[in-house]
Write a protein that binds this ligand. Structure first.
Ligand code: FES
Length: 109
C-alpha cells in the first residue's frame, strides 16, 4: 500500500450561476492546503495523502471531506475545526464525536 491514509477533500467548482453550493467556492481548496501543511509539519509526507476530490454528493453541507481507511466523514469543515479533525482522526484514528457526519447527514444532499 503506497499511503497509510488518504484524505479526500472536495474542491469541486460549479459554474457561478449554479444554484447548488460547491465546496470549491466555499473553502475546499484552502482547506486542502491546510491539510498538506499539517501532514508535512507532522512528518507524515509519503504516509498520509490529502487529495482533491470531485463532488462527494453532500454539496449543501460542504466543505466535505472523508478519511480512509477509517471512513470518517466530516461536513462543514473550516479552518478552525480542521486542526482538531487532523489531530484526532488522522493522527489518532479517532472520530471527533461532535463533528463527525451522521448517517442522516450523509443521506441528504
Ligand atoms: S461540491 Fe463538494 S460535495 Fe458536492
Amino acid at each position: 500500500m503506497k499511503f497509510e491514509k488518504h484524505i479526500f477533500i472536495c474542491t469541486n467548482e460549479r459554474d457561478e450561476n449554479s444554484l447548488r453550493k460547491s465546496c470549491g467556492s466555499c473553502g475546499g481548496p484552502d482547506l486542502r492546503k491546510d491539510l498538506v501543511r499539517l501532514i508535512n509539519d507532522s512528518g507524515l509526507k509519503g504516509k498520509v495523502r490529502a487529495n482533491k476530490s470531485g463532488c462527494l454528493d453532500v454539496c449543501e453541507q460542504g466543505p466535505a471531506m472523508v478519511i480512509y481507511p477509517s471512513g470518517f466523514w466530516y461536513l462543514d469543515v473550516n479552518k478552525k475545526n480542521i486542526r482538531t479533525i487532523f489531530n484526532e482522526s488522522v493522527l489518532q484514528d479517532k472520530p471527533v464525536k461532535e463533528l463527525i457526519a451522521s448517517k442522516d447527514q450523509l443521506s441528504t444532499k
